[in-house]
Each structure stands twice: as structure tokens, then as C-alpha cells.
Design a protein around this ligand. Structure first.
Ligand SMILES: Cc1cc2nc3c(=O)[nH]c(=O)nc-3n(C[C@H](O)[C@H](O)[C@H](O)COP(=O)(O)OP(=O)(O)OC[C@H]3O[C@@H](n4cnc5c(N)ncnc54)[C@H](O)[C@@H]3O)c2cc1C
Length: 503
């Protein structure tokens, strides 16, 4: 056995590259050497600022102090995502983190809600969700509830500056021995027999050799796609948008503790408030609207003057046929792309990193491991894809774009989920799919689908008791949220970033 360390080379220094470097640097010891190559000339995609609660697990596994991270990355808190106008113009609902209502014994809350809905007295699911009530009131709180044990703690995520997060993780990684190389890779060298990648070469000739390569090179997929030819499964028949325009606007005092996703005639707009500025962007389908019209609409919609020129990003929704091929594992945009509607890309980076750690390929790699890795990667991507399609498909809007979204032929997996819920209110989370029953419930109900029948157990509850029960949950959560600080005050008191930390 060779005593030389196993050489892991990370190609790319965006969010994916530095999250990977930080984790490997933190968890691997002297048996490994970790290096990262990034190109200042190429730069990063420069977006990706809204997260889901799992990011807290990532940061805490690395031992990162939460308030240090918030200050360094100009972060704010996020309790969910508001979908404005997605069902129809004027309608809004939140997909909030955390539980909706409270189950009664074995009877899941969605059955109680659907019975109450058919009886005509159920409110929007948000009325029974602590995160949604606090979010709409602009409130934030971490830790134990203030009014007693009958109330859950609020799960939360962050909005943060992606550039500052990468810089934060770079410092963290370099302190743990990760070697950074700056330069553009112009040549990729392969082993003549296995086809594995042996080294990458920078423009001035320096070569960086490795045993395992992690491709974090962004949408182009320099190693996984351009070099190894892992095919790309295109999902744009289901998800029609193929373009985004991103722009930053000045800081606002209204730090909504939620991401806003505002439906437009074609596509939608995001609004992500950070401590020092607001991130905005439009996602749209270029065959329904031209870039200049979207640019004008976006600039007309943001608060204040734009701080940057709107940046155009073209993409193809889909995934690599193989996320791990030969001795290359793709993480981040190189592995595939799903639009940021549910803020899932950074989470996908996280799960890919944890898979790498579980399989931890070394000098000798096994096809059986690759197959299992790729099976898990495919399952995860396809279930998130289904969830995103649901938002578009279940709309009641009149514009041609939205009509086209209603006409897509749904994947069988999604068709099954919708049919089951519409018939009897049942929702099942499959395996390790990301979104739980409450996530599906909020979006199915939020988009206007109400089950035709409810569970027998819900039907046995007398109507008056059901009414009291729903009213009690609503009052309990409203009373709790009332005691929280506004997010702006909460940040000012706990984790305000110094003014000098700029992107
Ligand atoms: C419009 C839009 C909005 C998004 N919003 C969200 C969001 O709200 N939440 C979320 O979770 N995700 C979001 N995402 C996804 C998120 O931005 C990405 O998942 C994340 O930034 C990771 O990108 P990356 O590191 O894979 O690629 P990039 O940021 O593109 O980084 C690629 C790296 O590879 C390097 N590189 C490339 N070629 C070479 C070469 N030849 N030589 C050397 N280096 C090279 C580049 O220099 C760079 O360092 C969004 C994406 C888009 C397009």
C-alpha cells in the first residue's frame, strides 16, 4: 500500500467548490491532500442566496458559530417562501418550514384540514403554521417557544451573500490545509487505459495531479461533461423556463423573514433581503418573452436604483446521466440544474458532499459504488423536479405561458402524488426524498387542490370539536408569534453585520 496521501482535486471555487473544500478539509486527515483550482478570469455564477434549514446542519457539522457566519455573510433569517400570484393573481400562500397544525393521534393534520375545508370553515394552511404566522408578521425568534411547550420551535434557514459565503469558507478551508490554486484550466489529462483523469493543466503549464476529482466548475461541467461526456437529461419539456436575470438593489429596512417568489405573466421574480442589500431576479421562458422586456420589468419592480447591471444566465433544466463517472464526481451546477423556486441547489451540494464522504472513493474506485451513488443522486433530483413542476402545473392563471405549464404531461411519479392527494388527502414521502408530507401539503393546498374525501378518522370528529381544534391552534400560534421581535430588531440585537463587510 502506498503511504502517499490520496489526492483530491476540486475544480471550481464557487459555492459548491468551497463547501466541498471546507467539508473535506474539516473531516479528512493526513491520509488525504486536498487542493482547489479556481479561475478569477472565469469567476462564479454570483447567485444562490436563499437556503433551506438543512444548511444549519452543514454549518454546525463544521463547527461554524452561527452568529459569526451571519455577520460575515450579511445573512438574514428565512422562515419559508411566499408564493405570490402562483395560483392566480392576488392570491398568496407561504410554503413555510416546520409543521402545519397538529396531528390528532394517528390522524395527520391534512385530513382534519381537508374535512374542515369541505365543511367550509378551514382557513389557508398558513393560519395553522407558526412559521407562516411569524413570517407574515415580519417576526423572528430562535430556540424555545416563549409561551410554553405546546408550541414548536421554529425551523429556519438563511438568506446570505453567496460571494461572502464562499470567501468565508475559503478562509475556513485554507486554515485546514486546503491548497488553493488560481488559474484557468486549459487542458485535462487522462489515463490512456482507464480514461480516468490524471491531472488538470493551467494556462501557464502547471499541472495538478489527482486520484479523485470533484467537478465544481459550474454549468459547463468541465470534467464530467466536456471531458468525460456524461450525458445531460434535459427536463425543459416539464419546466419551461430557461433564463434568469439577476440584479442587486439597496438594503431595505423591511427584511421579510421569507423569500418572495412573485409570479409574472411569464415566469416569476425572486426577492431576497440581506442585511446590506437585496437580491432580485427573474426566471422566465425565452420562447414566451424577450430579455429586454424582462430586464425592463425587473428594473421597474425592484426597490430603489439597481446596484449592478442585470446579469443574464441561460440554463437547461436537467441532470447529468451520471453524477459520478470514472474518477470524477460532479457537485453543484456541473451535476445538473433545477431553478431556484424552492432554494434547493445549495442543499443538493450539501447532500452530494455527504454522499462523497460516505463513499469516500480513494485510489481504487468501484463501479458498484458509482451505481449506488448515481441511483441516489437521480432519485433526489427527480423528486425535487416533481415538486417544482407541481407549482407551475397547478395554476389557474390565464396567460399563454401559464396555460402551457398546465398542459405539460406530468411525470408518473408526480401524477400519482397529485391524484392520491386529490382523492383522499393522502401524502407519502418516499425514501429519502427532500420534501416531507407537510411541504407537499402546503403547496398542493396552496395551489388550490382540495381532497375530495378525508380519512375516516377525521370524519369521526364532531364538526364543532374540529372547529374548536383549528381555532385553538391558530390562537396558540398567533399568541406565540406576537411575542417575537421583528426580524430587523432581532438581527440588530443578536447578529448585525458590521457595515464594512461588503460583497
Ligand atoms: C438564477 C439562479 C438563481 C439561483 N438561486 C439559488 C438560491 O436562491 N438558492 C440556492 O440554493 N441555489 C440557487 N442557485 C444555484 C446556486 O447559484 C448554485 O448551486 C451555486 O452557486 C453553486 O454554483 P457552482 O459552485 O456549482 O458554480 P459556479 O458558481 O459557476 O462556480 C464555478 C467555478 O468553477 C471555476 N471554473 C470554471 N471553469 C474553470 C476552468 N476552466 N479553470 C478553472 N476554474 C474554472 C469558476 O472560476 C468558478 O470558481 C441559483 C442559480 C441560478 C442560475
Amino acid at each position: 500500500m502506498s503511504a502517499d496521501p490520496i489526492r483530491i482535486v476540486i475544480v471550481g471555487g464557487g459555492t459548491a467548490g468551497w463547501m466541498t473544500a471546507a467539508t473535506l478539509g474539516h473531516f479528512l486527515d493526513t491520509g488525504y491532500s486536498i487542493s482547489l483550482v479556481e479561475s478569477d478570469a472565469i469567476g462564479t455564477i454570483g447567485v444562490g442566496e436563499a437556503t433551506i434549514p438543512h444548511i444549519r446542519v452543514f454549518n454546525s457539522a463544521l463547527g461554524i458559530d452561527e452568529d459569526d457566519f451571519i455577520r460575515a455573510c450579511q445573512a438574514t433569517f428565512k422562515l419559508g417562501i411566499a408564493f405570490d400570484g402562483w395560483r392566480h393573481e392576488g392570491h398568496s400562500y407561504l410554503h413555510a418550514f416546520g409543521d402545519v397544525g397538529r396531528d390528532v393521534g394517528l390522524c395527520a393534520f391534512q385530513h382534519l384540514w381537508s374535512r374542515a375545508a369541505r365543511l367550509g370553515f378551514a382557513k389557508d394552511t398558513n393560519a395553522y403554521t407558526l412559521n407562516a404566522i411569524a413570517a407574515r408578521a415580519g417576526k423572528m425568534h430562535r430556540g424555545d417557544p416563549l409561551t410554553g411547550k405546546a408550541v414548536p420551535a421554529m425551523p429556519y434557514a438563511y438568506h446570505f451573500d453567496a460571494g461572502l459565503y464562499a470567501a468565508f469558507l475559503r478562509k475556513f478551508s485554507e486554515a485546514r490545509g486546503v491548497i488553493r490554486h488560481e488559474g484557468t484550466i486549459t487542458r485535462v489529462l487522462r489515463d490512456g487505459e482507464s480514461g480516468d483523469i490524471s491531472a488538470v493543466q493551467l494556462e501557464f503549464g502547471a499541472q495538478i495531479a489527482g486520484d479523485l476529482f470533484i467537478d465544481c466548475s459550474g454549468i459547463r461541467g468541465l470534467l464530467i461533461g466536456e471531458t468525460l461526456g456524461s450525458a445531460y437529461h434535459d427536463w425543459s419539456d416539464w419546466l419551461l423556463c430557461d433564463s434568469a436575470l439577476a440584479v442587486q438593489s439597496p438594503r431595505v429596512s423591511d427584511f421579510t423573514p421569507y423569500t418572495r417568489s412573485i409570479a409574472h405573466g411569464v415566469g416569476w421574480r425572486w426577492r431576497i433581503p440581506l442585511q446590506h442589500r437585496t437580491g432580485n431576479g427573474r426566471v422566465y421562458a425565452s420562447r414566451f418573452i424577450d430579455d429586454d422586456t424582462v430586464r425592463a420589468e425587473l428594473l421597474g419592480a425592484i426597490e430603489g436604483e439597481a446596484l449592478t447591471d442585470p446579469r443574464l444566465i441561460r440554463y437547461t433544466t436537467g441532470r447529468r446521466a451520471e453524477g459520478w463517472k470514472n474518477n470524477v464526481i460532479a457537485i453543484g451546477l456541473s451535476s445538473g440544474f433545477l431553478e431556484p423556486l424552492e432554494s434547493t441547489s445549495i442543499h443538493l451540494i450539501q447532500t452530494a458532499i455527504s454522499r462523497v464522504l460516505k463513499f469516500l472513493p480513494g485510489r481504487v474506485q468501484h463501479q458498484a459504488d458509482r451505481d449506488e451513488y448515481n441511483r441516489q443522486f437521480t432519485f433526489e433530483m427527480e423528486r425535487i423536479r416533481d415538486f417544482i413542476i407541481l407549482h407551475y402545473w397547478a395554476n389557474q392563471r390565464s396567460e399563454p405561458f401559464w396555460q402551457a405549464c398546465r398542459e405539460v404531461a406530468l411525470p408518473d411519479t408526480l401524477r400519482h402524488k397529485i391524484d392520491l392527494f386529490a382523492a383522499t388527502g393522502q401524502i407519502y414521502r418516499e425514501g429519502e426524498e427532500l420534501f416531507s408530507e407537510v411541504g407537499w401539503f402546503q403547496v398542493l393546498a396552496g395551489q388550490g387542490i382540495t381532497p375530495a374525501a378525508s380519512h375516516g378518522m377525521a370524519d369521526t370528529i364532531p364538526e364543532a370539536d374540529l372547529r374548536d381544534y383549528l381555532g385553538m391552534i391558530e390562537a396558540l400560534y398567533a399568541r406565540e408569534a406576537e411575542r417575537y421581535l421583528s426580524q430587523a430588531d432581532y438581527i440588530a440585537q443578536n447578529c448585525a453585520a458590521p457595515e464594512r463587510v461588503m460583497a
